[in-house]
Design a protein around this ligand. Structure first.
Ligand code: IPE
Ligand code: IPE
Ligand code: MG
Length: 235
């Protein structure tokens, strides 16, 4: 078999934790605990495959609508996860960055997020964007506000604004767009993930629930990606 091309930037919508738990008669939060384990294992595996950037969707701006008990449990899992990941990702030289509006989190969690980024900032391995309290529309709104400010204060000029300029205002500034977006849990939608950046991403949906997602499922997505013909509007 010809060697497979490994996409530069992969995004994953990690969905299906709640259903995974429900199927086992367990509370939804147990699904999140197992999901966090998959997050660790898969991140390490993907970094070893040669992917340069991995963006994982962990919590959306809409996920606050969930019962307080579930949101609280997710925050606790994040906290534990971050404490563990400080050493975890060091060994793999993974550079961790958080995208989304972190100001909504508890001071404790914000501090941990900042620390995690700080200790990882000089690493040379895969770039891991963890999307937490991330929403594509919120990101675009934030960019628009910043652009308006820059125009008002004469740092930017309306008529010369380009698409490339807009990219600079996004959380993913200076990163290439995702080549492949994988969604577990079987739904066929973006749910507000990387709306601007996903314009020409290949979308791959798999029924496997996130806690069950294994390296071989990732390999399958890469095989499928290699069969796609990306035209970017050309012929
Ligand atoms: C994804 O799993 C994790 C988060 C959104 C935090 P879900 O919790 O959405 O699981 P399902 O989709 O209800 O099974
Ligand atoms: C998308 O999953 C968000 C994350 C995986 C973090 P949701 O479960 O929130 O999406 P919907 O509600 O099915 O669209
Ligand atoms: Mg879901």
């Amino acid at each position: 078999m010809a060697e497979l091309y490994i996409p530069e930037h992969v995004g994953i919508i990690m969905d299906g934790n709640g259903r995974w738990a429900k199927k086992r008669g367990l509370p939804r939060q147990v699904g999140h605990t197992y999901g966090a384990q998959t997050f660790r294992n898969i991140t390490r595996y993907i970094s070893k495959q040669g992917v340069k950037i991995l963006t994982l969707y962990a919590f959306s701006t809409e996920n606050w609508k969930r019962p307080a008990e579930e949101v609280g449990a997710i925050m606790k899992i994040f906290h534990q996860y971050l404490v563990d990941s400080l050493t975890d990702f060091r060994d793999d030289d993974i550079k961790v960055v958080f995208i989304g509006d972190r100001s909504a989190f508890s001071p404790n969690l914000i501090q941990l997020i900042n620390e995690t980024e700080e200790v990882a900032k000089n690493r040379k391995g895969m770039l891991l964007n963890i999307a937490m309290n991330y929403g594509g529309r919120d990101e675009i709104l934030r960019a628009v506000k910043q652009i308006c400010k820059d125009v008002q204060e004469h740092r930017s000029d309306i008529d010369s604004l380009t698409e490339k300029d807009i990219e600079k205002y996004l959380y993913t500034a200076h990163q290439p767009d995702p080549d492949l977006i994988i969604r577990t849990g079987g739904e066929h939608r973006l749910s507000n993930f990387l709306l601007y950046q996903a314009a020409y991403s290949e979308f791959y949906s798999v029924d496997t629930l996130w806690p069950d997602f294994k390296p071989k499922d990732f390999d399958r997505a890469i095989e499928e990606f290699n069969k796609r013909s990306r035209r970017f509007g050309g012929v």
